[in-house]
Structures are given as C-alpha cells and as structure tokens.
Design a binder for this molecule. Structure first.
Ligand SMILES: Cc1cc2nc3c(=O)[nH]c(=O)nc-3n(C[C@H](O)[C@H](O)[C@H](O)COP(=O)(O)OP(=O)(O)OC[C@H]3O[C@@H](n4cnc5c(N)ncnc54)[C@H](O)[C@@H]3O)c2cc1C
Length: 378
C-alpha cells in the first residue's frame, strides 16, 4: 500500500490550500516543501495580497473568485480570526484601458457592485490618491487584502489538525508514476502515493516541464514607504489601489509601522534560478515607483522602510494553468499564476483536490487547461 492517498508538492499559496482540502476530505495526505510554511523564498510572502472580484484580466475568473471568497470566509471561521480585510480597491486608468474597461465589463457581466467615481468624487473620498485628467476611477468596496503568510500557515495548521501531514525541509527531486502508484523522490527518501498535486510556483519550469508551457519567472520588487497622511492608513479608510498609468502599479494602505506598500505589476527581470536570485534593490524599479508615488500619491514620504523580492511565474497569455498531466492522469498541476493568483488559492486548492480525487471538479476552470498552448497556439 502507498504511504499516502495524495501528496502535494509545494505548500505555498495553492499547495497549502490543497493540503487542507485533502485533509478535510479525510484522505491520507502529505505536503512536502523545501522551505518552512510562510517562508520568503517563493511567491507567497510580503504581508499582504490584493483580493477583488471585478476581474479586469478576464470575466471568466469571476465564478472562481466567488468560490474563493466563500472559502476564505470558511477558513476564517475555522480558525476564529480575520485574514481578509475588505478595505476596498480603487482602480484608476483610461476608460478604454485594460483595467477600468475590464473591471466594468466583469462587473456588468456578473452584476458586481463597482462604483464609478468622477475625478471630483475620487478626490473627495480619497484625497491622497490623484486621478489624472485623462483617467477615470472605479471603486470596489467588496475587495481588499489577505494576510498572505497567515493564509498559508493557517491552511497547513488546519490540515495537520485534521490528520494530514506536512514535511518541511524536503526537496522533491522528481517522481515516477504508473496508473496506480506514484513514487516521489526527495532529499528525505522516497514517498509513495496514489495521487499527486504539484504546486511548485517559480519552480514549475523545471518540475513541470511535462506541461510543455514556456513559463517565464520574473524577479519582482515590493517597497514599503513611510506615510505622512493618515488617509493612507487602512484603519483610517485607506484602500488598496491599482493604477493603469505609465505602467501597472498597485499597493496597500499602511497596516503597521512599515507604512504604505507598493509594487509595479508591469515589467520585471526574467531569471533562470529562483534559488539564487539577487535580493538587492533594482534602481530602475525604485525610480519608477518613486515617480509614480510623486505623481499619484503625493503625500507618501519617500523614506523607504523595507524592500523585498518575490517571483511571478508567467504563462504566455498570463492566465493560470490548472490541469492533469497528459501522460500521468493521477498527477494534477497548478502553475503560471502570473502574478495574480494568490486570491484564488483557496478555490484552486479545492478544485485540484476534486480533480485528483474525483476525476472532475465543479469549479469553472475549463479555460485554464494547458491544451491552449499546444503547438505554440497562444
Ligand atoms: C510581489 C508579488 C505581488 C503579488 N501580488 C498579488 C496580489 O496582490 N494578489 C494576488 O492575488 N496575487 C498576487 N501575487 C501572485 C501570487 O502571490 C502568486 O500567484 C501565488 O502566491 C503563487 O502561489 P504558488 O502556490 O503557485 O507558489 P508559492 O506560494 O511560491 O509555492 C510554491 C512552493 O513550492 C515549493 N517548491 C518548489 N519546488 C520544490 C521542490 N522541488 N521541492 C519542494 N518544494 C518545492 C516552494 O518552496 C514554495 O513553497 C503577487 C506575487 C508577487 C511575487
């Protein structure tokens, strides 16, 4: 008999949720990760992640987002503390641009509550956030931020409480599978299971080469700055924000003494080896962020309090890949979350567990299959 009914390789954002859903289903489950939960070497750290429903990237994500919201609520109830703060999201851009146009289209298709704010109204409600003359603003109150490391750690903690196992400090080297049994080779020996879920984040290009998707890994920067205006504080009504201006810039109101957090969603330096990525500040990146702040959030002081790096794993069309491996149907993979996947982790975890245990899922993820990249078609 195999050691486990299912093994999860990688217990970051999605893997921790998958481990929780496996344990909730009562199967013998084990999560393996090279690092300890909540670590800062992958893509799920840095304090906070934006969560929103009026999805400018594509309206097809909205049903999955609705399920994500339900499952984040369920997690909060199970652990008895808050992880999701609905401080709202202010999005700014040209009306015919990807962001404002996309938000309005998702909201229209799914009847989501999004307010159109005139420049005057935006200035009145959010005086520290400027809307350029050629831009418009939309505000989604039912959006905000998740505490990213806490979400990961709580999913794992609950999974273990429910009978699952989690082995940190274990590097997965590869696996062999036939239709009934999978052998996972690790630095801690061989683990066996009947099913496998692989959620390896920035290591997908090597660990999931079978998907045959040309993922790019980008080194991205997060910056924290002191604030001089309480309007940038979450507890004083400061919202999360996303601007489509001289690039895509997003950020978070201050939730502690580190101040306002900001990053550029566009750009990024492609890297080959996330284990050895430089952690230093990119001068061009910080210049662009400071220029953005100077123009659009002018009351943020430019005194930096913290800097961190983090990885985007980007698919060719910047949409996720969620699929079983063609040659190994008892292996399901999630990869290429393309810098916008954390908010979905709860629902993706549930969906891959259904896929791997039941052979199908009620989650609407058909548009995320890997076949769309066959023959370089996307
Ligand atoms: C700067 C930044 C800002 C972002 N902002 C947002 C946002 O506001 N909203 C949002 O929704 N998303 C955001 N994202 C994207 C989101 O955070 C990621 O899509 C998501 O966290 C990725 O989760 P994951 O499970 O795929 O990867 P990870 O959380 O990185 O997990 C992968 C895990 O696999 C492990 N692993 C890999 N290979 C092996 C191996 N061989 N052996 C053992 N373990 C292995 C790693 O150690 C890691 O723990 C952002 C990302 C970054 C970098």
């Amino acid at each position: 008999m195999a050691d486990f009914d299912a093994i999860v390789v990688g217990s970051g954002g999605v893997g921790s949720a998958a481990l929780y859903h496996l344990a909730k289903r009562g199967v013998r489950a084990c999560g393996l990760d090279r690092f300890t939960p909540g670590h800062s070497r992958g893509s799920s750290h840095g304090g906070t992640r934006v969560i929103r429903q009026a999805y400018f990237e594509h309206p097809d994500y909205v049903p999955l987002l609705r399920r994500s919201y339900e499952l984040w609520d369920e997690l909060e109830q199970a652990i008895g503390r808050q992880l999701f703060y609905r401080v709202g999201l202010l999005e700014v851009g040209r009306p015919d641009g990807i962001v404002v146009g996309g938000v309005r289209e998702s909201a229209r298709q799914y009847g989501l509550a999004v307010e159109d704010l005139s420049r005057e109204e935006a200035a009145r409600r959010f005086p520290g956030y400027r809307v350029p003359p050629d831009c418009e603003a939309v505000f989604e109150q039912n959006a905000g931020y998740l505490l990213v490391e806490d979400c990961v750690c709580e999913h794992i903690r609950l999974a273990v409480e429910l009978g699952g196992q989690h082995h940190a400090g274990v590097e997965v080297l590869g696996w062999d599978s036939d239709s009934r049994r999978i052998e996972v080779q690790t630095t801690n020996g061989v683990y066996t299971a009947t099913r496998l879920i692989v959620t390896a984040g920035a290591w997908a290009p090597t660990l999931l080469s079978q998907l045959d998707v040309p993922f790019r890994v980008l080194r991205k920067h997060l910056h924290w700055f002191e604030i001089e205006d309480d309007g940038y504080r979450a507890d004083c009504g400061g919202p999360t924000f996303f601007y489509d201006v001289e690039g895509f810039f997003y950020g978070f109101p201050a939730i502690d003494e580190l101040g306002l957090k900001i990053g550029e969603h566009s750009n990024g330096e492609q890297i080959d080896d996330p284990l050895n990525a430089a952690e230093d500040i990119d001068e061009n990146d910080v210049r662009r962020v400071r220029e953005f702040l100077g123009t659009h959030l002018p009351n943020v002081a430019h005194r930096s309090t913290r800097h961190a790096i983090c990885f985007y794993t980007v698919s060719p069309d910047e949409h996720f890949v969620v699929d079983r491996l063609a040659e190994q149907p008892n292996v399901v993979a999630v990869a290429g979350l393309s810098g916008h996947g954390f908010k979905f982790a709860s629902a993706l975890g549930e969906a891959v567990v259904e896929l791997v245990l039941d052979g199908e899922t009620s989650a609407q993820i058909g548009f995320l299959g890997s076949a769309r990249f066959a023959n370089g078609s996307s």
